[in-house]
Write a protein that binds this ligand. Structure first.
Ligand code: PEP
Ligand code: MN
Length: 265
């Protein structure tokens, strides 16, 4: 069981240092599933910044179920994330899938994401643990809490103490209505077991844009430290995860609703 005070993960961004943790305001990470082109990533970054997000998310290297699905624009998308960072001052969060890309990603990202599918890629965990960018560790889709905390331990043991835990939904027997089951009970459980900051991703957690706002509010009510929300300027045309992406207008409305209970702004 947890010993000692909550950790904070303080991340320097062009707009100032943003701290994740129990004793800090809620941090909001927003942006598209994939970086598709310069215009869309800059527009999304400007809109989510205006709505109050502190970080822009966007995939350059995408872990797609099908090898024939859009795989992300790779290195060129990293350049577009850097441009969005320059344009808005937002911190950048993007995923690493292969250790070979780690240096290039670390040049642009303020926080590096390990996706659900790589949660137990132990050699990758050791490598991100041996560099100094903070790590967002998503829960594997069938990972127990013990599996997840031990995966975090690989990063901590390798020397990187800046780890944020992100719940993104676990496998469900009923995929007709939701993509995953968003396990909000992990919030109080993690709080009792670990000092690490907590993030909730209701976008992957539900797979449906219309269910994202209520789950975001529930996550705040349950005590999350941060949220990850997928936002796309034209969700119907998204190259990945359109059905779960909010429009910038809907995201702006959600941020106003969240301010009533969680003060993320
Ligand atoms: C993502 O954040 O776009 C993503 C692929 O998430 P996950 O690893 O949770 O599926
Ligand atoms: Mn996605």
């Amino acid at each position: 069981y947890r010993q000692g005070e909550a950790s904070e993960v303080a991340v320097p961004t062009p707009n100032g240092t943003v701290s994740f943790g129990e004793h800090h305001p809620i941090v909001v990470v927003a942006g598209p599933c994939s970086v598709e082109n310069e215009a869309m990533i800059i527009e999304t970054a400007q809109r989510v910044r205006a709505a109050g997000a502190q970080f822009l998310r966007g995939g350059a290297f995408k872990p797609r179920t099908s090898p024939y699905a859009f795989q992300g624009h790779g290195e060129s998308a990293l350049g577009l994330l850097a441009a969005a960072r320059d344009a808005t001052g937002l911190g950048i969060i993007t995923e690493v899938m292969d250790a070979a890309d780690l240096d290039a990603i670390a040049e642009v990202a303020d926080v590096i994401q390990i996706g659900a599918r790589n949660m137990q890629n132990f050699s990758l965990l050791k490598k991100v643990g041996a560099q100094d960018k903070p790590i967002l560790l998503k829960r594997g889709m069938a990972a127990t809490i013990e599996d997840w905390l031990m995966a975090a331990e690989y990063i901590l043991a390798a020397g990187n103490s800046n780890v944020i835990l992100c719940e993104r939904g676990i496998r469900t027997f009923d995929r007709q209505y939701a993509r995953n089951t968003l396990d909000l009970s992990v919030i109080p459980v993690l709080r009792s077991l670990t000092h690490l900051p907590i993030m909730i991703d209701p976008s992957h957690g539900t797979g449906r844009a219309e269910y994202v706002p209520s789950m975001a509010m529930a996550a705040i009510a349950a005590g999350t430290d941060s949220l990850m929300i997928e936002v796309h300027p034209d969700p119907k045309k998204a190259l990945s995860d359109g059905p779960q992406s909010l429009t910038p207008d809907r995201f702006d409305g959600l941020m106003r609703e969240l301010a009533v209970i969680g003060n993320p702004l």
